[in-house]
Design a protein around this ligand. Sequence first.
Ligand code: BES
Ligand code: MN
Ligand code: ZN
Length: 498
Amino acid sequence: MDFSIKAFDTKNTLGAAKSGCIAVAVFENKKLSEAAKALDLNGAISAAVKSGDISGKPGSTLLLRGVAGMAASRVLLVGVGADEAISEKSFGSAVTAMLKAFTSLGAQDAIIAFPFENVKGRDLNWAVRSIVVAANESEFRSDAQKSKKDPAITGVRKLALAVPAATPQLKAVLAQSIAIANGMNLTKELGNLSPNVCTPTYLANTARKLAEDYGFDVEVLDRKQLEALKMGSFLSVTRGSDEPPKFIVLKHMGGKPKDAPTVLVGKGITFDTGGISLKPGPGMDEMKYDMCGAGSVLGTFRAIGEMNIKLNVIGIVAACENMPSGRATKPGDIVTAMNGTTIEILNTDAEGRLVLADALTYAERFKPAAVVDIATLTGACIVALGHHNSGLFTRHDDIHNALADELMDAGAQTGDTAWRLPIGENYNEQLKSNFADLANIGSPGGASCTAAAFLENFTRNYTWAHLDIAGTAWKSGAAKGATGRPVPLLTTFLLNRV
Ligand code: BES
Ligand code: MN
Ligand code: ZN
């Protein structure tokens, strides 16, 4: 999809705009939006609305052709609901319906002339971002591994958003939105790829390609180097696998050389069988998505590379498989993490925290301004928050946590929301082991919180936040597929830090 913003004075210039289609909003109370009024020179639009051919309910649409007095060949009426202060949900339904209607048009290009500034509690920037992301989503196909590709996308390929003034600021927002959408596509592609293709090596090659395309520094550490670093916790997870582990470091030094970097750390389990603590069979295929934290780091790097943002950002991806085998780690095994902490592995399926522990210790060397780890860490996070919000954890002694606020704000700005959950001394006590410094699972209750509390032990030398994306990174069922979350949240968080 090709996006642009164009300045239109709805009263005077919209009617003269040459386009395959202009989409305008109409209301349930039969009122016309300003843009609809501007195109209603011979009363065709008001007549269609009065006739009841379109209800005006969010998501209702009606296509009119050859409306007199209008240069565009079609006008698409789109219902946005009863209220002239449009709710976010109604706006979303309207955009989805509009995009759907666009796919079956003979037209190649369209102008969207919606009352963007009337969305309750939102602004023009938000509307631009949400349309770009939705339009990108509507044309995403997960056919990378199908021998017969899904049918080619027909209909509108060029979208112009009609705005009062195409300011440099709004143009920047458009460019950011496109970068976010492209970043999400990479995250989705990686997530959806089968686990025999999307291996740790594949993730490393993807990082190398990104480095080449956008001028990042990249370093990929292999098993020998990880052994030399004494990453006993990470290495315990990869023991049962024949696929070589990869520890990937990407650097975008867009800020001043001396500025402390913001570090993103992604869980990159390219397949999680559970190891010797084997997972049940049904739905196990979905554990190919256990690298979505890593995928979101790579997707975010694509976005920041495309924008060349003026900030120092380091991405770390700890990638390996979690497999059972004769060499695999056993429940009861005790390993020593890179920072010297000994860990009793009571459940080999709690592997994400083991790979992250060493990645988080490794992050110390960058003297970071902040570290955010992103992980499909616990099924319990889905129980707690469903699929709407990622779980957000920060240090417990800080209810008013600035980093948490930044991440919450970035989520709210983009609709890629997170919600805070607690850690603290009580959860740490649940992680006591009789034989080692820490156990890798907590006593029953609060499994997302004990997992986050485990990670906290490895982050005490810097400002840190953890995002549990088990519920938000992919969808199950008929629409199975990666969502590209939390790339919008992460990219916006970084943009806000510039
Ligand atoms: N990758 C899983 C978490 C997960 C499960 C994400 C289901 C999405 C859907 C993680 O490695 C895991 O297995 N966690 C265990 C932890 C338990 C053993 C304490 C879990 O959540 O069951
Ligand atoms: Mn697991
Ligand atoms: Zn896992």
